[in-house]
Structures are given as C-alpha cells and as structure tokens.
Design a protein around this ligand. Structure first.
Ligand code: ASN
Ligand code: ZN
Length: 321
C-alpha cells in the first residue's frame, strides 16, 4: 500500500512544483491519501441533531467518555484493516475523514451510517446496550460508507442484502483483526456485546449459524436463513436486507473457514476485491455477486484452493454461480 500512496504523493509534489506551490502545502491533511485516519467524534447529548458538539479530534488523548473512546478506537481499527490489509486509504481511497456522533437520542436502540457519518445510540439498557460496545458494529456502519464509495449496492432486496452482508463480513473481520484470531477461533457474531439483560441470545446475527443468534419473547427468533432454501420474500426491512444477508454471510464464513488462517487475508481480500473492483452492478443479485467473487479469486490467486473454497461455499448455500 505504501507504494501506491508514495507514488501518488510524488505525483502531487511534482504537480505542486510545476504550479509553484510551496512543498509543505502538498502535505496538508485531506489533500490526498493518508497513512493515518482523521477522526472527529461528536456528542449529541441525547438529542437527535447531528453532528452535535465536537468532543475529540484526531490525535487527542482519550477523555472520560468510554463511548467516545470506543468509537474512536473502532474507527481506527477499521481504517487500519482497510489500509494494512487491502491498501485502501479510508472509505473513498483518498483519506476521507471519519466522522461519528455518539449518544444520539435518548435510549436510541440502533446505529447507522447516514451517507456522510456514523451515528450511535446508547440503547435502552434492557434489550440493547450502548451500540459502541461491539467493534464489529462500529465497523459494520463504517463499511456502509465504503460500499457507498465503491459498489454502491442498492439498499433493497438482494443488492440490499449484499450491502448488509459486506458490512457484517468486514465488521466481523475487524473484530478478528483486533483480536488477532484465526477463522476457526473467531465467534463470527455481530453485536455479541450489545444484547441487554432482558434478551435471550448471543448476538444480533451469526455468520457461522444464521438463524440461531437469538430466540426471545421480545425480539422473537433470529429470522436469518443460511441457504437459498430459506430465502425470505418480504417487503419489510427494505425487502429483507437484514434477513437474507444470512445467505452471503454464511457463504463467506464457509469460504474463510475452508481456507483457514486469518479470514481477512485471503477470503477477506477476495470479498474486498469484489466490493471495490468495479465489476459489480449497483443492482447486483446474489448470483452476480457470487460470480464476481469467483472472478476476483481467479484474478488474484489463479486457479487454486481459493477459487475452490469460494466455489464450494456458494454451492453449499445454494446460490448458483
Ligand atoms: N443498524 C442498521 C444497519 O446499519 C441501521 C439500518 O437499518 N440501516 O443496517
Ligand atoms: Zn447495516
């Protein structure tokens, strides 16, 4: 990654020299790809106005608010996996500053990407805890930004479920990267740390066993299918984006565990290449996406065990390629 970044910085310097711009101007933050994140954290103070009051800038030491500190660290870990794992400088590939707001609303039980920044609620404390407590949830929201700048998958039906799935996949990979876990040791759960005391469950979702994350009087049973046999046709949830994402989620899990080792390395690289490589249509179906992962695997690793593992994974979840 440093190669690409250095080359771009050299080009910029050449351009600055040609334009008669002093050299220091070329290294102003935000003027090109950076090797470090530029994070800004805001506190909504339980209001729903965004972004709220600025509470921490990049490079400032941790303060008293654990939520701010967790989100700051989670944004940093996600930035680091994108850069050191895949050579990408932030969401847009050009060092885009990362903005997040915490304490959004009162007892707000969700987190989201609004097209420009991340937003985190505190949860109600009974069903959901502070959404910053799972690093995979932070990375999930941030990945919606990455998708927006790359494949831009339409948030409805199958492309919507793929959009959700790549957020879960990279969410889980960031957790594994932070814990330095191999695929066989990972929990493959999304939001394991944010289910409250009144809920009977392990997490929001499971990539290893979709449909088993919770079974509860308040939330009901985890509705996710693991294969096309359980595909849910519905108009709710933007056409089931958080439901049918179980199918591509499970395909990733199968490919990653078949390959073994660190899931962000080969399986993660193939999914990253698929998302960012420009071959996907915004309205990609599961079949389109699966085909694109095979192309990405072949392109990067040739006709070897990677291609085999990915082919077998899609066959197991019954998505045709
Ligand atoms: N937390 C949810 C998500 O990122 C919010 C939403 O429904 N868009 O998927
Ligand atoms: Zn999402």
């Amino acid at each position: 990654h440093t190669l690409e970044t250095d080359a771009k910085q050299r080009t910029r310097r050449q351009l600055n020299i040609a334009l008669g711009v002093p050299d220091e101007v070329g290294i102003i933050r935000g003027s090109g790809p950076t090797e470090h994140p530029t994070r800004t954290l805001h506190d909504c103070g339980n209001s729903t106005r965004l972004p709220g009051a600025k509470v921490r800038d990049e490079g400032q030491d941790p303060g008293q608010d654990a939520t701010v500190n967790r989100v700051y660290a989670g944004l940093g870990s996600t930035f680091e996996l994108l850069l050191s794992g895949y050579g990408r400088s932030s969401l847009d590939g050009e060092g885009l500053p990362l903005v997040a707001s915490v304490h959004y609303g009162r007892g707000y039980a969700n987190a989201f990407w609004n097209g420009q920044q991340m937003v985190f609620g505190d949860g109600d404390g009974e069903v959901f805890l502070d959404f910053s407590q799972s690093v995979d949830v932070i990375a999930h929201e941030l990945t919606h930004g990455l998708t927006q700048y790359t494949a831009n998958l339409t948030y409805f039906g199958q492309p919507g479920a793929l959009n959700e799935s790549v957020s879960d996949v990279i969410g889980s990979l960031v957790k594994q990267y932070v814990l330095d876990q191999t695929a066989d040791r990972a929990d493959w759960l999304l939001g394991a740390e944010i289910l409250g005391p009144r809920v009977n469950g392990a997490a929001l979702r499971s990539l290893k066993a979709p449909g088993t994350a919770y079974d509860d009087e308040i939330l009901g049973k985890d509705p996710q299918p693991a294969t096309m046999d359980g595909y849910v046709r519905t108009g709710r949830d933007n056409g089931g984006v958080h439901i049918n994402s179980g199918i591509p989620n499970h395909a990733f899990y199968l490919a990653a565990t078949e390959l073994g080792g660190k899931a962000w390395e080969r399986a993660g690289q193939i999914w990253f290449d698929t998302l960012t490589g420009g071959a996907l249509h915004e309205d990609a179906t599961f079949r389109d996406f699966a085909g694109a992962t095979l192309d990405a695997a072949r392109e990067r690793y040739g006709d070897g065990e990677e291609l085999q593992a990915v082919t077998k994974a899609w066959a197991t979840v019954k998505v045709p390629t």
